[in-house]
Ligand binder design. Structure first.
Ligand code: NAP
Length: 236
């Protein structure tokens, strides 16, 4: 895997999977543009090779700012990592409709907006790779998690259509489909899913980083559109 002057935009870089990817690539000498709302968390990753650009991905103006910054400063972007996302689940009675629709906005609308913006650039420059953090719930549903699964099904559907559209080009799109990973995503749950799902050893962010690095080190004729990663106790 060549890191030499490769430029990477990573959303959701302030915690969990995005933070771990940023940390790993920072160590390997990539040029990073790190996005999330919490500047103080992004600042932990600040370095000569990491530009910190805090903001809310739901803002179209912020997305324009990210794009302008990258293309004015570096003139290209090699990777877009779509890691920003939220998770709202619950029964009909318990679902917070405002939080659910905010999730749909971020996971679908804002992620699709950024993906298309960057793909237009990738088409102009003739190369690029979008790596989406989807979910095992982008391939199957679970009771009480239909809206979240729908956002990940949407990501998978778009990615598959884009893969077809981009056939034969040097532009790639990959979806990583993790099962349960220990991050902040479930911090406010009354019962953590590792207990309700009986998963004794959930995935760590490093397991997802390993999958990312595996995808990135493939030779140029290889495509990995999907990669599912599950903890060994995952039984549904
Ligand atoms: N953890 C799991 O078990 C698991 C499993 C499968 C898939 N995934 C997927 O993996 C992705 C990353 O999740 P994670 O587990 O790493 O969760 P996390 O630790 O909660 O990270 C979520 C990231 O999204 C950012 N974010 C949220 N709202 C944002 C907004 N409006 N604008 C910009 N950034 C925003 C957060 O940063 P700020 O709060 O600083 O903005 C944070 O950096 C998500 O798409 C999730 O669906 C996670």
């Amino acid at each position: 895997m060549e890191s030499g002057n490769k430029v990477c935009l990573i959303t959701g870089a302030s915690s969990g999977i995005g933070y771990a990817i940023a940390k790993a690539l920072n160590r390997s000498g990539y040029q990073l543009i790190l996005s999330a709302r919490r500047e103080e968390k992004l600042n932990e990753l600040r370095s000569e090779f990491a530009d910190i650009l805090p903001g809310d991905l739901n803002s179209a103006a912020y997305q324009d700012y990210l794009e302008d910054h990258i293309y004015k400063k570096y003139g290209k972007c090699d990777y877009l990592f779509n890691c920003a996302g939220t998770l709202e689940v619950g029964s009909i009675e318990d679902t917070n409709i405002d939080k659910m629709t905010a999730m749909i906005r971020l996971n679908i609308e804002s992620t699709f907006r950024l993906t298309f913006k960057m793909l237009k650039r990738f088409k102009n420059q003739g190369f690029g790779h979008v790596i989406n953090i989807s979910s095992v719930l982008g391939t199957k549903v679970r009771s009480n998690a239909g809206a979240y699964a729908a956002t990940k099904f949407a990501m998978e559907a778009l990615s598959e259509a884009l893969r077809m559209e981009l056939t034969g080009t040097n532009i790639q799109i990959s979806c990583i489909e993790p099962g349960l990973v220990m991050t902040e995503l479930h911090d406010n749950w009354q019962v953590h899913p590792k207990h309700s799902m009986n998963i004794h050893e959930p995935l760590n962010v490093s397991d997802i980083v390993n999958a990312v690095l595996y995808i990135m080190k493939q030779p140029s004729h290889v495509r990995i559109p999907k990669l599912m990663i599950l903890p060994k106790d995952h039984n549904i």
